[in-house]
Structure formats: structure tokens, C-alpha cells
Write a protein that binds this ligand. Structure first.
Ligand code: GLP
Length: 240
């Protein structure tokens, strides 16, 4: 794992934004794996700025998102579909047909998981997968468990994730209790992985990433088995 330490959220976002823009400049038809949560928002702002400055075009880029709540309507302002439009897609020149996100309103979740996994398999493969990390070490919605799933699947959210994500909802009762998420195998197939970690609440997770163990109880530690992972960590997350 390559660890990049930085001062704060803004510096993390600037470094990550540049890595993503450089990726697209080098390979205009890149396949980007994208994430939601508060962590990548600053990085998306940098990507939007680079597009607005004429530095980069996203018109040939394809994207796959990590996860989506289940069930949730696309029009719900807490859906990840809505989030991606608000925070990135509606501000850049991406072709809307090139965007794929697990469909949180599909009636048949199994068919949707199979469709999503096949869409990724039929593509040329994700060039770079962006990840935030939950306070319990989850990535996507692969929550700490004895056994993790390989492929895209329906999962129940842990109480700690429901509580952490309730800050975005009017009340905790409105937080969906399930989600569709890429599995660990889907994530590990990405050619490169970029993990963003900011803030004190992630310090325990950082300690585990920097340690010498890999455990399904802290899913992000399994990324140690991938050969091209960059983790950007700000001072608050590093020092606690
Ligand atoms: C959610 C998402 C994850 C994200 C995590 C952390 O649970 N499914 O992909 O990494 O939250 O969110 P934040 O970046 O807001 O701390």
C-alpha cells in the first residue's frame, strides 16, 4: 500500500482530484469506480473545477458506483443516485448512458445484483476505484463479518453504520437498513484503488490499515492484498 499523508481534508481532496483528473487525461475512456459519503465530495469538486477550466473532458468516461441503499427511490435526496448527480455528474460532460449505479428501486434485487456484476465483467474493467471508509472499516457496504461476499449483493447495514449515516436523514428511522453493494471481489478487481481517509473518527481504522493484520472484521484491511492501492490520510485521521 502506498500511504500519502496530508494536512487536512482540503489537501486530501486536492491530491485525490489531481490523481483522478490525471487518470482521465492519460486515458480519456477510463472506467472510474466511484464512491459516495462525505469524504469524496471535495475530490469531486476538484474534478468539476478541472472540467470547468477546460483541463479535462469526461465525455468518454464510464463509471460504476460502489453501492446504493435498498430500497430507495432515485428521486430521494438521500439516494446515492441523487448524490452522484448533485456532487458530480450534473456538473461535467459525462454521457449519462455511461453511468451505472446499482438500482435501489429494482423489485428483484437478485436480478439487479447479477445485472450489475455482469455489466462490470463485460466492461474493460475499472481502472481506478475510489473508496471512503466507514468508522467500522467497511468499504462500499461490506460490513465487518466473519465471511464477506465476493460479488454484488444485498446486505443489511450494521447499527453503527445506520447511526453514522443518520446525520444525513431527517430521523434515524428514515435510514434504509439494507443496501446493494459491490462485493470484496468486485472491488479487488479494480486495476488501481484510491482510499480517502479524513477526520478523527477514522483514527481506529487508520491504525488497523497501518498494522500487519488483514481481517474480514475490518474489511478495508483486505486491500493489503491488492497490488496497487494508494491511501491518502489526513493528520486528524492519522494522529487521532
Ligand atoms: C457509507 C458508504 C461508504 C462510505 C462511508 C463513509 O456507508 N456506503 O461508501 O465510505 O459511508 O462515509 P463518510 O465518507 O461520510 O465518512
Amino acid at each position: 500500500m502506498k500511504i500519502i499523508r496530508c494536512k487536512d481534508y482540503d489537501e486530501m481532496s486536492a491530491i485525490a482530484g489531481k490523481l483522478m483528473v490525471d487518470q482521465v487525461k492519460q486515458k480519456p475512456d477510463s472506467i472510474l469506480g466511484l464512491a459516495t459519503g462525505s469524504t469524496p465530495i471535495g475530490m469531486y469538486k476538484k474534478m468539476i473545477e478541472a472540467y470547468q477550466n477546460g483541463e479535462v473532458s469526461f465525455k468518454d468516461v464510464h463509471t460504476f458506483n460502489l453501492d446504493e441503499y435498498y430500497k430507495i427511490e432515485k428521486t430521494n435526496d438521500q439516494s446515492y443516485y441523487y448524490f452522484m448527480n448533485e456532487n458530480l455528474f450534473s456538473h461535467i460532460d459525462i454521457d449519462k448512458n455511461n453511468i451505472d449505479i446499482p438500482n435501489g428501486q429494482a423489485d428483484d434485487y437478485q436480478a439487479e445484483c447479477e445485472r450489475y456484476e455482469k455489466a462490470m465483467a463485460d466492461s474493460a474493467g475499472i481502472d481506478i476505484q475510489v473508496l471512503g471508509v466507514g468508522v467500522n472499516g467497511h468499504i462500499g457496504f461490506n460490513e465487518p463479518e466473519e465471511n464477506l461476499y465476493e460479488k454484488t449483493h444485498l446486505t443489511a447495514l450494521t447499527q453503527s453504520t445506520i447511526e453514522a449515516n443518520s446525520r444525513f436523514f431527517a430521523s434515524i428511522d428514515l435510514v434504509p437498513t439494507s443496501a446493494l453493494t459491490m462485493g470484496m471481489g468486485s472491488i479487488m478487481k479494480a486495476k488501481k484503488i484510491l482510499v480517502l481517509i479524513s477526520g478523527k473518527s477514522k483514527h481506529d481504522v487508520v491504525t488497523k490499515i497501518l498494522g500487519d493484520r488483514m481481517t474480514t472484521q475490518t474489511p478495508v484491511t483486505l486491500l493489503k492484498g491488492h497490488q496497487d492501492v494508494t491511501v491518502i490520510i489526513d493528520d486528524e485521521a492519522y494522529n487521532g
